[in-house]
Structures are given as structure tokens and as C-alpha cells.
Design a protein around this ligand. Structure first.
Ligand SMILES: Cc1cc2nc3c(=O)[nH]c(=O)nc-3n(C[C@H](O)[C@H](O)[C@H](O)COP(=O)(O)OP(=O)(O)OC[C@H]3O[C@@H](n4cnc5c(N)ncnc54)[C@H](O)[C@@H]3O)c2cc1C
Length: 469
């Protein structure tokens, strides 16, 4: 008999959910990770530190209160990295505690160290307690949830002080006065907006013409306007030729010849699957150029009893989806009936201000020649918007004029990542814009924006009907 029914490599959101789901189904489950990484990238270097940092920035700068109390309003004048780090470390510590307790409560065995395949059913774990010898464990089913690390272009020398990647943010010694962010993906733009809010002069360099091109164009334009207002400079269609390091900072040299001096250069140039040291060949598996592992609809790899979930399988690389993938993989591995993963998944971008959406974008629908009507609600027209001092927020519904179903929901501003779930629920349950028109919402709330936007869409559709009747 094997040592475990299900053994999971990596304790991030995907791995953790897989191990706990297997344990809940009565299986002997184990999870492997190094002592310093329990909770994964998510808890230690990615989602949780970045979102806590954002909250600390918003609180200490008083940015969200300035519309009400004036542009000079601040909770603290000289914000230090210690002020920011305190909150981050507190939350990380608490989260790790919660995870430890969940694993213990569910009788998941935690194997400390790094795992690698010795054969398709055997994993060697080394680097654990007191650096003891590699221990071998066998399992019926194995789930790979080893996540990713920041990709580092070979042409740039990282010193983890002046030239850093996103992992280096939480180790900064001081808040930089100037910063270059290379790459306008989600992580790059989130950090660019946080530092801009802190008063850092940020320049964002992006090879492509647009940023966040999967999001609603109008909302991305609104974000760019806000970030420019916080002194962010955008350099689109520009590539970095070199980063020169000097004693008091770095100069980012662009291929166009521009030279940008900065205290800190942060590279956010994609991520690489952590599969190099996994011994995949011993299991009969291989990863692609970016270290990612291919899976089927049930998260099974090419070797039937080995599953892979989370960032290591690629898009969408979110904690939220990784968790669900882990749960579904464990259920499949344990022979439980599983539906496929729901297609309708929200995207949250924690910039300042934040963005969230579910469903399709205007561009996407136009390209597919799917007609739609737009209903918009602006926070400044809502009592709650006035109360909290958010005059820029908006919610936009894309509605099918044919059957009045919701095709997409796009939110910008305070609470966007929470509000989107109302739209997601209506869409997921096959509801129409009529429900939002007829529903009574608490007053004064931002949720009320659904009703206002629904009425707007409805009025536009009525107008067309009147003209064409
Ligand atoms: C800066 C930043 C901000 C983010 N913000 C958000 C956000 O706001 N919302 C969101 O949904 N997502 C966000 N993400 C993405 C999110 O963090 C990831 O999607 C999620 O963590 C992936 O989970 P995972 O299960 O793949 O494991 P990960 O969290 O990637 O963890 C993988 C774990 O595997 C371990 N491991 C690696 N190799 C081995 C081995 N050989 N043996 C044992 N263990 C191993 C690692 O030590 C690590 O602990 C962010 C990411 C970053 C970097």
C-alpha cells in the first residue's frame, strides 16, 4: 500500500484546496512545501502581501478621503517601509496560522521540504527538518501545485536592491522617490499605482500599445487618467535595451534612446513555472518553455494519476481559480463526480482605483458581431458615492437587446472587486436585466449602481423600440 492516497506538491491556494478536499473525502492526504513558503506565493510574496500593502497605502496616505477633507489630507506624513511592512507581516503571520490550523484540523500531513519525482508514484522530499536526508513517499495520486516565480530576462542584472522583481517589493529598504516599472501587466500596474499613491514618481515601460487589453477599454482609459494624475508616466511601444546600475540608482535605457533615471527598477515581465527541479522526466512528464504543465479538462496531466493545478498550468493564474482547480482535481482523483470548472469567472485588478469584471467586453462583442446595449451608473450620482467621496467610480452593464441577458459587467472604483459578484450571480443563474430593474437594493449603497445601470440600459432599449415601432 502507498503511504498516501493523495500527495500534493506545493501549499499555495491550488495545493492547499486539493489536499483538504481529499482529506474531507476521507483520503490520506499529504502536502509538501518548504518551511518558509507555507501558503505559497499567494500568502508569502504575491496576493496577500500586495493586497495588504495596498490597504496600508490607502489608509496611511488618506488618498480616498481627500475629496472630502482636501488634497493635503494624510493620516501620516512620512510613511516608511516599516509602517507598510508592519501590516503586511501581521496579515501574513495570521494567514499562515489559519492555514496550519486548517491542515491540522483536516489531518493533512505536512511534509516540510522540497519534493521531486523519483518515479511516477514516488516523491523524494529533501531540505526539511535539520536538513535531514531525502525521505521517500509513495502515493496513489499526486497533484503538482508548485506555482511560478518571476521571470528574469537574462540581459538584466538583478541585485534585489535597485533592480528587483515583484518578489523584491516587500524587502525594499525605503520608499523610492522614483521608480521604473517594466511591464504593464496586472502585477506591474498594481504596484505602479501603489507607489504612485505613496508619492513615488513612476514611469511604466510597456512594449505593447495598450495595457490590460483583456479589460474594458473605457475603464482602462479611466485608470490611465487617474494614474497620470498621480504623476505616472507611460511609455507604450517602448522596450528596454539595458539597465545601467550606478551607486545612487539605475538608468533604464530604452531602445528608442531615452534614458530614465530611478531609485528602483521593478521588472514585471511574466512568470516562470517552478518545474525545473521537480524531476518531471522521472514521472514521464515534461514542461513547456515557460515551465508550464499541460492538463486536460479534469486537470490530469499526460500521466493519468498525476494532476496539475494553479499557476503551473498557466492562464488565468489567479489565486481564486487555483483554489477551484485544486478542489476539482482532488474530487476527480478521489473518484467523486465533478462538473467542469464554471466558465464565468471574475477578474479583479487591485490597482488604485480598482477594476473588476465578469463576462465579455465591448471590444470582444463587437468583434464577434454580437449586438449589445450599454447601461452605465456613475458613483457620483449615488448617495453612497457622495458619502465616501468617490466621484469617479462607475459600473457598466452590457445587455443583449435580443433576450435582455447580461453579457458583461464592468466596475471601476471603490469596492469593484466585491460588487462584481452581484452581476456574476445574476449572469451565472441566467437572470436578465429585468431582475436588476425590479430588485430593491439597500440605500445608500454602491450596489444600487446595478439598478441605475439596468434602468439606463432599459431606457435605451425602450428608445430604440419606440423609434422602430
Ligand atoms: C504580486 C502578485 C499579486 C497577485 N495578486 C493576486 C490577486 O490579487 N488575486 C488573485 O487571485 N491572484 C493574485 N496573484 C496570483 C496568485 O498569487 C497565484 O495565482 C496563486 O498564488 C497561485 O497558486 P498556486 O496554487 O499555483 O501556488 P503558489 O501560490 O504559486 O505557490 C506554489 C508553492 O509551491 C511550492 N513549491 C514549488 N516547488 C516545489 C517543490 N518542488 N516541492 C514542494 N513545494 C514546491 C512553492 O514554495 C510555493 O509555496 C498575484 C500574484 C503576485 C505575484
Amino acid at each position: 500500500m502507498n503511504d498516501f492516497d493523495v500527495l500534493v506538491l506545493g501549499s499555495g491556494p491550488g495545493g492547499r484546496r486539493a489536499a483538504i478536499a481529499a482529506a474531507k473525502l476521507g483520503r490520506r492526504a499529504a502536502i509538501v512545501d518548504s518551511r518558509t513558503m507555507l501558503g505559497g506565493v499567494c500568502i508569502n510574496t504575491g496576493t496577500i502581501p500586495s493586497k495588504t500593502l495596498r490597504e496600508a497605502v490607502l489608509y496611511l496616505t488618506g488618498l480616498n478621503q481627500r475629496e472630502l477633507y482636501g488634497q493635503s489630507y494624510r493620516v501620516k506624513d512620512d510613511i516608511t517601509v516599516a509602517d507598510l511592512g508592519m501590516r503586511t507581516q501581521h496579515v501574513i503571520g495570521r494567514e499562515i496560522d489559519v492555514i496550519r490550523s486548517q491542515l491540522a484540523r483536516n489531518h493533512v500531513t505536512v511534509l516540510t521540504g522540497t519534493g521531486r519525482f523519483l518515479d511516477p508514484h514516488t516523491v523524494g522530499v529533501s531540505g526539511g527538518e535539520d536538513g535531514e536526508r531525502e525521505q521517500k513517499y509513495t502515493a496513489d495520486k499526486i497533484v503538482i501545485a508548485t506555482g511560478t516565480r518571476p521571470a528574469r530576462p537574462g540581459t538584466v542584472q538583478f541585485d534585489d536592491r535597485t533592480v528587483i522583481d515583484s518578489d523584491g517589493i516587500i524587502n525594499l529598504e525605503r520608499i523610492p522617490e522614483t521608480m521604473v516599472v517594466v511591464g504593464a501587466g496586472v502585477i506591474g500596474i498594481e504596484y505602479a499605482s501603489m507607489f504612485a499613491a505613496l508619492g513615488t514618481k513612476v514611469t511604466v515601460v510597456e512594449r505593447r500599445e495598450r495595457m490590460l487589453e483583456f479589460a474594458d477599454l473605457e475603464i482602462v482609459e479611466a485608470l490611465k487618467y487617474h494614474l497620470r494624475d498621480l504623476a505616472v508616466t507611460f511609455r507604450f511601444r517602448e522596450a528596454v535595451a539595458a539597465v545601467e546600475q550606478h551607486p545612487r540608482g539605475a538608468v533604464t535605457v530604452l531602445e528608442s534612446g531615452k534614458r530614465i533615471p530611478a531609485d528602483t527598477v521593478m521588472y514585471s515581465a511574466g512568470r516562470q513555472g517552478q518545474t525545473d527541479d521537480l524531476g518531471l522526466d522521472a514521472a514521464g512528464l515534461a514542461a513547456d518553455r515557460r515551465g508550464r504543465i499541460k492538463v486536460d479538462d479534469h486537470f490530469r496531466t499526460d500521466v493519468e494519476h498525476i494532476y496539475a493545478v494553479g499557476d503551473v498550468i498557466g492562464f488565468p493564474s489567479l489565486a481564486a481559480t487555483s483554489m477551484e482547480q485544486g478542489r476539482l482535481a482532488a474530487h476527480h482523483a478521489c473518484g467523486e463526480p465533478v462538473p467542469g470548472i464554471l466558465e464565468l469567472q471574475p477578474i479583479g485588478i487591485y490597482t488604485i482605483p480598482e477594476i473588476s469584471f465578469v463576462g465579455r467586453t465591448e471590444d470582444d462583442l463587437t468583434e464577434a458581431k454580437v449586438p449589445f446595449e450599454v447601461g452605465v451608473s456613475r458613483y457620483r450620482e449615488l448617495a453612497r458615492g457622495q458619502i465616501i467621496g468617490d466621484s469617479y467610480g462607475m459600473l457598466k452593464l452590457l445587455v443583449s437587446p435580443e433576450d435582455r441577458s447580461l453579457l458583461g459587467v464592468h466596475v471601476f472604483g471603490t469596492g469593484a472587486t466585491e460588487l462584481v459578484h452581484i452581476g456574476q450571480t445574476v449572469m451565472g443563474l441566467g437572470g436578465t436585466v429585468d431582475y436588476l430593474v425590479n430588485a430593491v437594493f439597500n440605500y445608500p449603497t454602491l450596489a444600487e449602481s446595478y439598478k441605475v445601470a439596468a434602468l439606463d440600459a432599459m431606457n435605451k432599449m425602450r428608445h430604440i423600440a419606440r423609434l422602430t415601432d
